[in-house]
Design a protein around this ligand. Structure first.
Ligand code: PRX
Length: 633
């Protein structure tokens, strides 16, 4: 039996089955995997009790399913291809057998360093094979991996270490990123000096760039030294279906980043099922997702999705514009990439560099191209279709979230009809609804509303690490009985979905999800800042840019803007740097003291004619003042 959908009729049949009888539908899918013990109940819990479980009492290990299961038929097939930052450096290849050996050896190393089932391990690494190997090594012994993107600062890293109470960190001495080197180990050192990181016992350091680093004798261990003499045999820990596989921190509209918790079995089934059906990779194809493993896309569609299906995966260490803007296309040509999955921000950036870069290379190997992370605008969609796909490759515009574990709404390549800028139709198991402001389901087909889900799917987030109450609040309290995505959405007359963007205080900058509250907190750390309000505004390349309105004290000097940027870099990282900072005398507030962001969003977007009702403002004059000082370029 297989779970591969082969044509649109089957999609419709499977979709209907998944709605009419979800338990029998997902039971059939789950039977394709290797279990140590079969589940006793397919699904329990719902969006009201916020206690969702899939494949209860089943026992399994996801790495058995990614690796061991394929050894009889694919031991010598390519599992992982690593392409380095520098085009001069030779690539590295791992077969399924070699990857299994690496993972087992590393898993034994982690055990020898004292890591046990349930312990949290933070991976703060660049895009090297050792990152993917470490992820799987954690999963093999039942340790919870929590990858932190290398663009986050020491403070941000420390916050995650503290929240996870991590026992061990794996890092690199440094990471290549285009012509830059990110000093990852130094940042770890800095983080570990901060309060709250006392749980960390060991730091394993993989040397990638050979820069000078300090090794603390009791705490720091060299990757090679730690792995020396370790056995290649590491039986996989038999995990409970609902044991935590990983946490991944992401931003919301309030408070500090949340540790999104995914559990073993449901996540596995969802990552595998969605990869297979959306991308439709065939034997001898080569699929490449350009994301970083620091984000959910790299978890589900570089690591788990492809390997679970016995397909090879590609890891690229570098950036699209190094050494020049043809790097992606050189890679496509050289390796005959057939499936290419990237983000609209990369497409827009490359589009802006001129067509000559994409035209120099032979892209005829491409069969399917994909987009993820933010709404793709019309111009970028057409450029991608014409210049990259040469009008012969379907674009799979995949909508999903860290919390959903895998793709939710997307065309299935060569199966679903395409419509530019539409994520089109839900995958089987996904029951999207549009709710109006009163929380009523909009029943007309053509509609616009807030996107919610009506029924649990296997990959849905199970909790927020250490704060189940916040989980309930964040996802299930706005519309009781539904999972609220935070996105706005339009549905056309054919029932196709188009995601219009976040409707909460989250901004999507170059596909990175950033909470306005977090940026405001970082700005507020500056002693001359009285108050700040941050909003998103349309940005040609990044999708959204960050616009900060800041009230400062009279002690502020002319360097205040630079200092504000430095504060954001210190507390979050360079990815959250404001693009525009406007110093203001006051912020528009209601009489109850709430900042009216709606007005600030309009000003940031240079939409000056439609502020709506501002009569409830405490001091309507500030609007004029802010408007006249708006930064418009
Ligand atoms: O607003 C949606 C946008 O990205 C958000 C999720 O961000 P994150 O959890 O970081 O996951 C990104 C990778 C899955 C969503 O709430 N988003 C993601 N994909 C799309 C999208 N918006 C429009 N179209 C998409 N294809």
């Amino acid at each position: 039996m297989s779970y591969r959908i082969t044509d649109f009729d089957q999609y419709k049949r499977d979709y209907d089955l998944s709605v009419q009888n979800p338990e029998s539908f997902w039971e059939n899918v789950a039977e394709n995997f290797t279990w140590d013990k079969k589940w006793t109940k397919v699904q329990s819990g719902n969006f009201s009790d916020a206690n969702i479980k899939w494949f209860e009492n089943g026992k399994l290990n996801i790495t058995n399913n990614c690796l061991d299961r394929h050894i009889p038929t694919k031991a010598n097939d390519l599992a992982l291809l690593f392409i380095a930052n520098s085009p001069e450096e030779i690539d590295k290849r791992f077969t399924f057998k070699e990857l299994l050996d690496e993972v087992s050896l590393t898993a034994n190393m982690l055990k020898a360093q004292g890591v046990q089932k349930g312990d949290r391990v933070i991976l703060y690494m660049s895009m090297v094979p050792e990152l993917l190997i470490s992820v799987l090594a954690c999963a093999r012994i039942g340790a919870v991996h929590s990858v932190v993107f290398g663009g986050f600062s020491a403070q941000a890293l420390a916050g995650r270490i503290e929240d996870a109470e991590a026992k061990l960190i794996i890092t690199n001495d440094g990471g290549y990123r285009g012509d830059k080197i990110i000093p990852l180990k130094n940042i770890v050192d800095e983080a570990l000096l901060l309060e709250g990181c006392e749980s960390v016992e060991k730091v394993i350091v993989h040397k990638r760039v050979n820069n000078i680093i300090n090794m603390s004798p009791e705490r720091d261990v060299d990757w090679d030294a730690a792995r020396e003499g370790m056995s290649l045999n590491c039986p996989a820990e038999s995990m409970d279906a609902e044991d935590t596989l990983f946490t991944l921190y992401t931003s919301g509209s309030t408070g500090k980043p949340k540790g999104i918790k995914h559990t073993v079995a449901g996540y596995m089934v969802w990552a595998a099922y969605t990869f297979e059906n959306v991308f439709q990779v065939e034997e001898n194809d080569l699929y490449w997702c350009t994301a970083d493993i620091g984000w959910i896309t790299g978890h589900s569609y570089i690591t788990y999705g492809p390997l679970l299906n016995g397909k090879s995966t590609v890891m690229f260490e570098g950036v699209p514009t190094y050494p020049d803007a043809s790097r992606f296309w050189q890679i496509v040509e050289k390796y005959k990439i057939t499936h290419f999955y990237t983000a609209p921000t990369a497409i827009r950036a490359l589009m802006g560099c001129g067509d000559e870069f994409v035209e120099k290379n032979d892209l005829s190997s491409l069969k399917v191209i994909g987009s993820v992370g933010e709404p793709i605008n019309d111009e970028a969609w057409h450029w991608y279709n014409e210049k990259v796909g040469k009008k012969k490759c379907p674009i799979v515009d995949t909508w999903w979230q860290t919390e959903t574990g895998g793709i939710m709404i997307s065309p299935l390549a060569n199966i679903t009809k395409l419509k530019p800028c539409f994520a089109t139709l839900p995958l089987p198991g996904v029951r999207p609804v549009l709710l109006d402001e009163k929380g009523q389901e909009i029943t007309s087909i053509e509609a616009e509303g807030n996107l919610c889900m009506k029924h649990p799917w296997p990959g849905v987030v199970r909790s927020i690490w250490g704060d189940h109450e916040r989980y309930k609040q964040t996802y299930f309290s706005t519309y009781p009985g539904y999972y609220f995505t935070g996105d706005g959405c339009r549905r056309d007359s054919e029932g196709f979905f188009r995601i219009t963007g976040r409707v909460d205080d989250v901004i999507n900058v170059s596909g990175h999800r950033i909470g306005t509250a977090e940026v405001e907190d970082a700005i507020d750390q500056h002693h001359d800042v009285i108050e700040a309000a941050v909003v998103g505004y349309p940005h040609d390349i990044k999708g959204q840019g960050i616009y900060a309105f800041v009230m400062v004290s009279k002690n502020a000097t002319e360097k205040i803007k630079e200092e504000i940027i430095a504060s954001v870099v210190k507390y979050i990282g360079p990815i959250a740097k404001p693009d525009k900072i406007q110093i203001v005398k006051g912020l528009p507030k209601t009489r109850s003291g709430k900042i009216m962001r709606r007005i600030l969003r309009k000003i940031a977007a240079a939409e000056f004619d439609s502020f709506g009702d501002i009569s409830t403002l405490l001091d309507p004059e500030v609007v004029e003042e802010i408007k006249s000082g708006a930064i418009l370029d």
